[in-house]
Structure formats: C-alpha cells, structure tokens
Write a protein that binds this ligand. Structure first.
Ligand code: PLP
Length: 432
C-alpha cells in the first residue's frame, strides 16, 4: 500500500500563518514530499495526521535510543511530575543523573547539565578559553556544533565556496550571522593530523572541538591513530580537546565514542540520547577545567538547567543503558540493515555506499568508494537520495534525507525485515 501525506501537507500549509514555514526548526523545512504532522509515537513507529504508521529512523534526530515511549522513562517523568515542576534548587534526581554520567563516561570527573547541545557546546568553548587564556577555537569542516553564531561556520559549504584543503574558507551557515563571530574560529579539514599539527604549534589555540565520529557528514570514522594523534598534540601544546558527543554519546556505546575508541578528551558535550527525547545536554570533563565555573569566574547559567523532569528522564534512560545489553541488540539489527541495504544496492546494480556504525550509519547514492572526509561526499547524488527517502516514506519508512539512519532498541527483527522490503521497493522507484 502506498502511503499519502495530504493531511500533513494541508496542516503545514495552514500553519505557515502561525510559524515561519509551519515548523519550529529549519531542519524540519524542505522535506519531501512534506514535513509531517505527527500524532503519536510508539516503539519504532510514528503515527501521522494521515493515519499512516511509519517506521521511524529519524528518532527525533537521534535522541530516542530506547524508542518512542519507553515505559521506564515515561514512568520516571510521571513520578517526578507529582513532586513539582521546577525549584531553582538542587534535587537528588540530578545528582543521580550526574553519578550515572560519571560512571559511564571516561572523561567525566564533573558534569553540568543544560537543555540543548548548542548551549553545552558554548559552555565547553568558554571553559577552554578560560583554562588556557588563549582566544582561538579550531573546528573542522563538515562538523556541526549547534546553530549559534560562533560555531555555525563551514558546516555544509558548497564546493565553490569552501576554499583550498590547506586553508578552508570560513563559510557562514546563516544570513544574519555576526561576521565577527568567526574571527576567533579556525577551520581545518578533519582526519589530517599534519594539518592540525601545523595549526596547533602556533600556540594560540584554546580548544579543538570535533565530532569524534563525524556523524553530521556521512558518519565518517576517524582514521586509525588519528584521535590518538590529536590527543597527543593537544597535550603537547596545552590545548583543550573537546569531543562533541551530542550524537555519539550514549549511542555508539554507553560511554560514547571516547569509550568505544579509547581516547579521552579533556571535555565532552552530550545531548540527544542522554535523556531519550527530553531536552537535556551536558558538558563533562576534567575537574580542574570544569571547576573553573566556581573558581575561575566562568559563567554558566540557565533557568531550566537540570530540570527535574528532564533529570528523571536522564536517570531512567542511563539506568536502562547500564548493563550494555541494548548495544548488542542494536549492533545485531543495525548490521542486518546495513548489510541488507548493501545487498539490495548490489543486486539492483545501483551505485551506493553504506557506512558507519550499527546505531548510526549513513547511506548515499551515486558513489561506491568510502567517504573519508567532507569533500568526498560532495560527489554523491543527493537528488537521487531524496527520491529514495521520498519513496521510502510512501512505503512506510521515515529516514533522514541527509542520509543518516538512527536505530533504537525498539527496532526489532520484524521492523528490520519490513524496512529491508520497503528499501528494495523504494530504491527501484528512485533509481538514478
Ligand atoms: C554533534 C552535534 N553537536 C551539537 C548539536 C546541537 O544540539 P541541539 O540541536 O540540541 O542544540 C547537534 C545537533 O544535531 C549535533 O549533532
């Protein structure tokens, strides 16, 4: 049965008089055939305004590691709600959540909670500058660290504007962005130790921020030895190493990419899967740096930081991840999906690439070779991939048009089977 989305399209059109574009995040615009209006979620499914039941691989853009509506998280939020909503004081539940983060995350000697990944990134950058007394932050082409003026540079630059590999241009991510906000930011290509070494040895860099696995571009793994090399370079040059684990955290392993890959940063930023969909983020890291929030006049605030309902969700989510069994299940089902997609592409003689990890992987069309950096993925056929996700949607599978696939513990073998069948039908419809 082919699904249609007329009710979503109608509501979005009507809602344009309420919110620009009828949506509340620009990442929800420009979706083919229409941004969706959703009524409810359950396990691996979303139920939309047209009455469709869709297998969901957006998972709220990554957070729903336990699936939609997992009982332990719902019950914990409800129980906390009975005790009140917000106190501007400390609660035992926030200490429980912090204890769990410390237990799971190698670098986490201290933790501070806030509400969005974008905010926690700002705290980490401020700490790095305060700890070193230096101005500059190095970020990498194709990495995303939130929507704010000082970091939304060269996230998805066009080939024509991105400059040379040795000196990538500063490409702003938004009109209206403060042009001076990039003045203390340097852009470097990722996965290239020599280029980074040259930059860090100038001695003016406060912090290096990176996605330790480049999830926002094609889910690219660091080259063997790269993260170790960066760690060493940062230690030698007195530079604060910040891992942005907003996607990888609690998703690729209970301790995030740093635990999976065995490289410990000075600071790390978390969000998304930390609370299975409630708005929680965290900055965590070395005690001497984190304590600058108290001893070093580093300002960190937020009315809603460590919100009790969110902390209840955090503790319930992290408790569900503790024994690690969820990762074995996600690994098995994610592998089946990745291998299944590869087989279908091969059988149908369609050039494509599946890469990444079972809990977060990436599919692209038009190129078979590995995608090793931001510049490689410019050669993929994005229009064909949008045709594929559009065809998938009409076959009951909701996957991101940017190519990423997020898995949850609720995606069981039956869901995987249904997804593979839908992919086989959709890829034919979308043949480049
Ligand atoms: C790696 C990374 N860092 C930071 C952010 C920003 O987080 P938020 O959208 O919660 O502000 C995102 C969001 O997708 C992200 O993927």
């Amino acid at each position: 049965m082919t699904m249609t989305f007329a009710a979503s399209a109608r509501r979005i059109a009507e809602a344009k008089s309420l919110a620009p574009g009828g949506v509340n995040s620009n990442f929800r615009l420009g979706i083919s055939p229409t941004p969706l209006v959703v009524e409810r979620g359950e396990g691996p499914y979303l139920f939309d305004a047209d009455g469709n039941r869709l297998i969901d691989y957006y998972l709220g853009m990554g957070p729903m590691i336990l699936g939609h509506n997992p009982r332990p998280v719902i019950d914990a939020i409800k129980a906390q709600l009975e005790s009140g909503i917000l106190f501007a004081a400390q609660t035992e539940i926030e200490y429980e959540a912090a204890t769990l983060v410390k237990r799971l995350v190698p670098c986490a000697e201290r933790v501070r909670f806030s509400c969005s990944g974008s905010e926690a990134v700002q705290a980490a950058i401020r700490l790095a500058r305060a700890a070193t007394g230096r101005p500059t932050i190095v970020k990498f082409e194709g990495h995303y660290h939130g929507w704010l003026d000082n970091v939304v540079w060269s996230v998805a630059p066009q080939a024509s504007e991105m400059g040379e590999r040795d000196a990538p241009a500063h490409v702003p991510g938004s009109n209206g962005q403060d042009p001076n906000a990039g003045a203390t930011l340097d852009i470097v290509v990722w996965n290239d130790l020599d280029r980074l070494a040259t930059r860090l040895r100038r001695g003016d860099v406060a912090g290096v921020i990176m996605e330790p696995i480049m999830c926002n571009t094609s889910v690219i793994a660091p080259k063997p030895g790269y993260l170790d090399g960066v760690r060493k370079l940062c230690s030698e040059t007195g530079t604060v190493l910040i891992f942005d684990e907003v996607i990888t955290g609690f998703r690729v392993a209970a301790g995030g990419a740093q635990a999976l890959l065995g490289v410990t940063p000075d600071l790390a930023v978390y969000g998304k899967a930390i609370a299975n969909g409630m708005p929680v983020s965290a900055v965590a890291g070395r005690a001497d740096i984190m304590d600058l929030m108290v001893t070093g006049k580093v300002m960190h605030g937020g009315t809603y930081n460590a919100h009790p309902l969110c902390m209840a969700a955090t503790a319930a989510t992290l408790n569900s991840l503790l024994d690690g069994s969820i990762y074995a299940r996600i690994e098995a089902r994610g592998r089946r999906l990745m291998e299944g997609f590869e087989r279908i592409l091969r059988d149908r003689q369609i050039a494509g690439r599946v890469q990444g990890l079972p809990g977060i992987f990436h599919v692209s069309l038009g190129r078979r070779e590995p995608i090793g950096d931001y510049r490689d993925q410019l050669a993929t056929d994005k229009a064909a991939y949008v045709r594929l996700t559009t065809a998938l949607l009409t076959n009951g599978v909701r996957a991101l048009e940017r190519g990423a696939w997020f898995l949850s513990d609720a995606h069981d073998d039956a869901t995987v089977d249904a997804t593979l069948a839908a992919f086989d039908r959709a890829v034919v419809a979308a043949r480049p």
